[in-house]
Design a protein around this ligand. Structure first.
Ligand SMILES: C[S@@+](CC[C@H](N)C(=O)[O-])C[C@H]1O[C@@H](n2cnc3c(N)ncnc32)[C@H](O)[C@@H]1O
Length: 273
C-alpha cells in the first residue's frame, strides 16, 4: 500500500477531526506554553504557527500580545471560530507562501514528523525567521514498546506507529535526532528536551488515540501485529481512569537564527560532510 500522506488522510471536514485536534491541543498545550514563554521576545513579537490545527497555540500567543499568523494547508478548523490571528491557507511543502525573514518566532508541532519533505520544509521555516529570532519544533515518537506492561496496548501501539509510517509517511527516527537538524543549519543557543507522556484512560491523550486509531484500523489489522479483539479491549481501556501506559514521547528542539550571516544551507552542509 503506497503512502497517502497527511493531506490525503485527515481533513477538517471529517466528523471527529475538530475533537481529535482539540484533544491533542488539550494534552500538549501546557508544555508548549512552558517551552515558548522564554522564547517570546516581547509583546511586539511576530509569530507563526505552521500546521496550526485548531489554532489554540496561535490564540494563546495572540492573548500574550504577539502578532500571530496561523498557517495550515486545510484552514477549515481555523476559520471555524472567532480568533485574534491571521490565517494563511497554504501547503508548507510548496513555495507559494513566501513571507521572507519576518518572524521573531516560527513554531511547529506534530508536523515535520509526518512530512516526507521535512528537511526542505525545515529550510523553508528557517528562511522565515528574523535574524535573532527563534525556531521551535515539537514532534512525537514511540516510547511505548519497551515500557508497556499491557500486551493489548503493546500490540496496539506498535501497529499504530507502523500504520502512521505506512499511511502518512511518519518518520519518528528523524525526530529522535533533534537537535541535530538545527545544529547542522548553524542555529545558535540550540537546545532539546524529551518528555514522556502516559496515556491515562479518560484524558485528552486517550481521546486522541480513540479518535485516531479508527483511521488506521484496517492497516493495523492487516499488519497482523494486533487483533480486532485487542483493539476493542484497548478502546474500552482508554475510557478507564485506571489505565495508564506510555504512548507518545515528545522531542522538542529550539534554536536562534544568528544575528549576522546566513544559516548554513542543509544540502550544502550534507555535501560538505
Ligand atoms: C497532527 S496535526 C497538529 C496540529 C497542531 N500543530 C497541534 O499540535 O495541535 C498536523 C496539522 O498540520 C497540518 N498540515 C499537514 N500537512 C501540511 C502541509 N503540507 N502544510 C501545512 N499544514 C499541514 C494539518 O492540516 C494539521 O492541522
Amino acid at each position: 500500500m503506497p503512502v497517502r500522506g497527511y493531506d490525503q488522510t485527515f481533513h477538517s471536514t471529517d466528523r471527529d477531526e475538530a475533537r481529535r485536534l482539540h484533544a491533542l491541543a488539550a494534552a500538549y498545550d501546557g508544555m508548549t506554553h512552558r517551552l515558548l514563554i522564554p522564547r517570546l521576545t516581547g509583546s511586539a513579537a511576530r509569530c507563526i504557527d505552521v500546521g496550526a490545527g485548531v489554532g489554540t497555540v496561535a490564540a494563546w500567543l495572540a492573548s500574550r500580545g504577539c502578532t500571530v499568523t496561523a498557517l495550515d494547508r486545510d484552514a477549515g478548523l481555523l476559520h471555524a471560530s472567532e480568533h485574534a490571528f491571521a490565517v494563511v491557507e497554504a501547503d508548507v511543502c510548496a513555495d507559494a507562501y513566501r513571507p521572507g525573514p519576518i518572524f521573531d518566532l516560527v513554531f511547529t508541532r506534530f508536523l515535520l514528523m509526518h512530512l516526507s519533505a521535512r528537511e526542505a520544509v525545515l529550510d523553508r521555516l528557517l528562511s522565515w525567521v528574523k535574524p535573532g529570532g527563534w525556531l521551535v519544533v515539537i514532534d512525537g515518537f514511540d516510547v511505548s514498546s519497551p515500557l508497556s506492561g499491557d500486551p493489548d496496548w503493546l500490540a496496539t501501539i506498535t501497529a499504530f506507529w507502523a500504520a502512521a509510517q505506512g499511511v502518512l509517511g511518519t518518520d519518528t527516527a528523524w525526530v529522535r535526532r533533534y537537535p541535530e537538524p538545527l545544529l547542522r543549519r548553524g542555529l545558535h543557543e540550540v537546545g532539546q528536551r524529551t518528555d514522556l507522556w502516559e496515556v491515562r484512560g479518560g484524558t485528552p491523550q486517550a481521546t486522541f488515540f480513540q479518535l485516531t486509531i479508527p483511521t488506521f484500523r484496517s492497516r493495523m489489522l492487516a499488519s497482523r501485529q494486533v487483533t480486532a479483539e485487542q483493539l476493542d479491549r484497548v478502546a474500552r481501556a482508554l475510557d478507564d481512569p485506571a489505565f495508564a501506559e506510555f504512548g507518545i514521547g515528545l522531542s522538542s528542539a529550539w534554536g536562534r537564527r544568528p544575528l549576522s550571516g546566513d544559516c548554513v544551507d542543509a544540502q550544502d552542509a550534507a555535501e560538505q560532510a
